[in-house]
Design a protein around this ligand. Sequence first.
Ligand code: MET
Length: 348
Amino acid sequence: MPAPLPPLPTMIVGSLPQPDWLIDRDRLGHQFPPRVRARELWRIPEQFLAEAQDDATLAAIRSQEEAGLDIVTDGEIRRESYSNHFATALDGLDLEHPGTVRNRSGLDIPVPRVTGDIRRPAPVQVDDVAFLRAHSDRAVKITVPGPFTMAQQAQNDHYPDDRGLALAYADVVRAEIADLFAAGADIVQVDEPWLQARPEVARRYGAEALTRALEGAAGPVHVHLCFGYAAMVAERPEGYSFLPELADTPADAVSVETAQSHLDPATLRPLRGKGIALGVLDLSTPEVETPGTIADRVRRALDDVDVDRLMLSSDCGLKYLPRASAAGKMRALAEAAALLRAELGLPA
Ligand code: MET
């Protein structure tokens, strides 16, 4: 069992930069993250790929530990994108003849075409979480794409309506969450960035799909919302278009970006009672901010969130940063937490 978490525990949203020797990073982040399979991006021949991914994952785990983070992830190293790894492992899809969807940058992107009932033939990330559990004594978090986001990143040629598709995704996510906790996850994070990208649709069935996916979870589930990777989405709106709606879902904590969006922390008030994973690392620049700058971003929010339920995180995944910059930012985050604990009289 990992040691109990300190106050203001630190972590990242999930991904870390993958090594250049493992995957073609130029093509990976060229336009938009892959939504269908993208085997051609990996630089390692099939027979050695799993071993190479394990080795790179180990490096990702160690870099978080060395930085001093309290909760570690697998860096999402084995995935081409945060969502396609899980989404393309499901049944009910025609991946050979993809559909298209317009993403939040206005680009038409190839996505899985749903042609039958969405089912999960086998657990998808259980081995990943078991590997993580086996290689770190710290608390471990694993991420899965959320049902609403997957439904938006698919072309529905089967279900009578998109709500039906989202609810079908919710059932497979719920089953996966159960397996991930059973395999040793301390926290499961459900990534739902499209709740923010498609707020009108989200208001119709986003909370319903999420609630169905989280029902009966055997441990703490975080829900992450953001405005997209800085590498692909430059524009940061003033505030979240979908956030108070999460108050009535069973999410234990909500993960939001505040560094790049300069989010007004008052926006978080309706979520009092839930944990908040506050994104305080700006990923729009490789420059490593000082612990003092990060601590200021946290101080801004202290009147609006419960300090005993506050966690410090990155705005989004660190996937598209240079590796050295990601390492520096994680270290600065851990140092900012130490500084704040001392200032607030909290145990280290
Ligand atoms: N868990 C994902 C990551 O860390 C979240 C992506 S949301 C666009 O990259």
